[in-house]
Design a protein around this ligand. Structure first.
Ligand SMILES: Nc1nc2c(ncn2[C@@H]2O[C@H](COP(=O)(O)OP(=O)(O)OP(=O)(O)O)[C@@H](O)[C@H]2O)c(=O)[nH]1
Length: 167
């Protein structure tokens, strides 16, 4: 997915294809069988976008399991966004918007309905996550974990004049 839309024909089971905007973006596979692999991807993530398909009840039910698991494994201050994707497929809709909103409220995460096909709310989703990351970094600035003096060697006296000797 690129420039607010998905690229037709470019879909496959994905376990880590990404591109760089500010931070790397990883699209991990949502299937159960990849769950143990995906821990590694999202454990240190600052933001997570969790997508379900509004035409699929099972995909919606699956996001509840993901939200529970993310609470356990992800960083405490991670920004989580729940996205109900395929909102263009109105006639096949299986999950109402208010059901998505309710789930998001339950887990205290941000919610939007998107369409990767038409681009509806795709930019908004990334902008909202970006703004929330900035807001949190201003509100709760993170102490640097590594201090320069921890890694710098103390300056040593040069061994004699000019640092070399002649035989
Ligand atoms: N109409 C419509 N189709 C979409 C939309 N987003 C994705 N699709 C289609 O849905 C199918 C699955 O898309 P993927 O992006 O591979 O789904 P996924 O959940 O990431 O699948 P995995 O890579 O297995 O995790 C593809 O045929 C896409 O073309 C959307 O917003 N609207």
């Amino acid at each position: 997915f690129d420039q607010g839309k998905f690229i037709p024909g470019s879909f496959s089971a994905t376990v880590g294809i990404g591109f760089t905007v500010i931070h790397p973006i990883w699209d991990t596979a949502g299937q159960e069988r990849f769950r143990s692999v995906t821990h590694a991807y999202y454990r240190d993530a600052q933001a997570l976008l969790l997508l379900y398909d509004i035409t699929s009840k099972s995909s919606f039910d699956n996001t509840r399991a993901w939200l529970t698991e993310i609470h356990e494994y992800a960083q405490d201050d991670v920004v989580i966004m729940l996205l109900g994707n395929k909102s263009d497929m109105t006639s096949a809709r299986a999950i109402r918007r208010d059901e998505g909103e309710k789930l998001a409220r339950e887990y205290g995460v941000i919610f939007l309905e998107t369409s990767a096909k038409t681009g509806l709310n795709v930019d908004e989703a990334f902008m909202t996550v970006g703004k929330e990351l900035v807001r949190r970094s201003v509100q709760f600035p993170v102490e640097p974990r590594l201090h320069l003096h921890d890694v710098m060697q103390p300056e040593k006296e040069p061994p004699g004049c000019c640092g070399f000797s002649r035989n």
